[in-house]
Design a protein around this ligand. Structure first.
Ligand code: PEP
Ligand code: CO
Length: 465
């Protein structure tokens, strides 16, 4: 099947387009991967201008705070937990989903803090993770050829030629859904924190089958004792710890969305993407002269870069020089996603070269995207044990290179879905169809996520304690 054009619609927004160097729309002159053309440029321009005029979702000082925390991670003083859906959907902007996701990320972080005795920086794939790269531009449904679904930010999941055309109104809906999600998450992490980690909120029964059950049970008891202790000594419940930080992130893929929210801030240098605290560059949009790298060169936010096949080390080093020429600490998170069979062969040379070039990066491991496969029934899944294997091997390689693996990047949900096989509950391929919800990649469910947090902490202790 044919491929889509490598040029995005050309828009003109004079007050963003300062000078001849970098500006929030300078990417618009470059070739772009993974973004189909909008049918109507005037409509796109109108949506862009509307989005550009709306208030920011986050602030520059939050971005600075995250960067400082990531700088601590890069020095081995903290650990990064980044996780959430592969693709958020507009329909899933609902209370239970958001509560469950916040709950699972918080509980995972408590497990890590307790087991590792180190600060944990929480970053959700949330409040903007609506655009997806796809390996095929088109698909055929009932004999009709149509664009592939690329996430709710771009087109509809509905298999219909019209619904699959990119629709610029989705830029505004994504902004609205992100704002609603963020508003609720901020309220929950300010005041609902006590409820979210109360003893009865820990659902542990599944761990009975696990060899670590005793450790796990005593860990939760100890976390709960610590919480009760805080309750007893502080007159206002959780006076000192009632607020938890959760930062947001998404893939900077649809650059119309990101650049419309890239702003100047009073009394500060540079341009800030105020749609999200952190954004990342996917594995398929890393062309040095391409639009995505161009955009990321100019923003102040921390930037994640996926590191995977085809393992082009020179390209990675050039991207680091381009995106972080001043070697600022806390700016870059390198997220390796090699596949469990590729880590030992490819990771050591990357670690050595980055070190030799003096780039102060955070190393994180995405053990999901290199380990996806389809079952005989054509269901996309991942094996818990292979995910864990990639994490183990990544820790091993970092340890033997005297390097610090400072984070994990996971696709997960707080719901009881059946998308990945394995784990303590022993979900097998036959069980996948029970509650398979994802529109994109398979996620760890609540139980698998807690178990993974516990096992990541074990690996970290094995390497760095
Ligand atoms: C993702 O994180 O959902 C993703 C598509 O990852 P990658 O770019 O590493 O394939
Ligand atoms: Co994914």
């Amino acid at each position: 099947m044919s491929t889509i054009a490598k040029r995005a619609n050309k828009i003109e927004v004079p007050d963003l387009m300062e000078g001849h160097g970098w500006h929030p729309l300078s990417w618009n002159d470059k070739e772009i991967e993974q973004l189909p053309e909008y049918p109507d440029t005037a409509e796109l321009q109108a949506a862009f201008e509307e989005l550009k005029s709306l208030p920011p979702l986050i602030t520059s000082w939050e971005i600075e705070a995250l960067k400082e925390k990531l700088a601590r991670v890069s020095k081995g003083e903290a650990f990064l937990l980044q996780g959430g859906d592969c693709a958020e959907t507009f329909d899933a902007c609902r209370s239970p989903k958001l509560v469950n996701l916040l709950k699972v990320i918080l509980q995972m972080s408590f497990i890590m803090i307790h087991e590792m005795g180190t600060e944990v920086v929480r970053v959700g794939r949330i409040a903007g993770q609506y655009a997806k790269p796809r390996s095929k531009d088109f698909e055929e449904v009932n004999g009709e050829k149509m664009l592939n679904y690329r996430g709710d930010l771009i087109n509809s999941f509905k298999p219909d030629v019209e619904a699959r055309k990119p629709d610029p109104r989705r830029l505004l809906e994504a902004y609205q859904k992100s704002a609603l999600s963020l508003n609720f998450l901020r309220a929950l992490s300010d005041e609902g924190f006590a409820d979210l980690q109360h003893p009865e909120q820990w659902e542990l029964d599944f761990m009975h089958n696990n060899e670590f059950y005793k450790d796990y049970e005593s860990m939760v008891a100890s976390i709960n004792n610590a919480i009760k202790f805080m309750e007893t000594i502080t007159p206002n419940r959780f006076n000192t710890i009632h607020k938890v930080d959760l930062y947001t992130s998404h893939e900077a893929l649809n650059l119309f969305y990101d650049s419309a929210q890239t702003r100047r801030v009073p009394r500060k240098q540079g341009w800030w993407n105020l749609s999200s605290h952190m954004v990342w560059l996917g594995n398929r949009t890393q062309q040095l002269d391409g639009a995505h790298v161009e955009y990321l060169k100019g923003i102040q936010n921390p930037v994640g870069i996926k590191v995977g096949p085809p393992f082009d080390l020179d390209n990675l080093l050039s991207m680091l020089d381009a995106i972080n020429p001043s070697h600022e600490a806390g700016k870059i998170v390198l997220i390796t996603r090699m596949g469990h069979g590729q880590v030992e062969k490819n990771l050591p040379s990357f670690i050595r070269a980055v070190k030799q070039n003096g780039h102060p990066v955070v190393w994180s491991c995405d053990p999901m995207h290199g380990n996806t496969y389809s079952t005989g029934n054509n269901i996309k899944t991942r094996k818990f044990e292979e995910i864990l294997d990639e994490i183990r091997m990544t820790f091993d390689v970092h340890r033997s290179e005297a390097s610090y693996l400072g984070g994990v990047h996971l696709e997960l949900t707080g719901d009881n879905v059946t998308e990945c096989v394995g784990g303590a509950n022993g979900l097998n391929e036959d069980g996948l169809s029970h509650n398979y919800e994802t529109y994109c990649d398979p996620r760890l469910n609540y139980e698998q996520s807690l178990e993974m947090a516990f096992l990541v902490a074990k690996e970290w202790n094995r390497s760095y304690r």
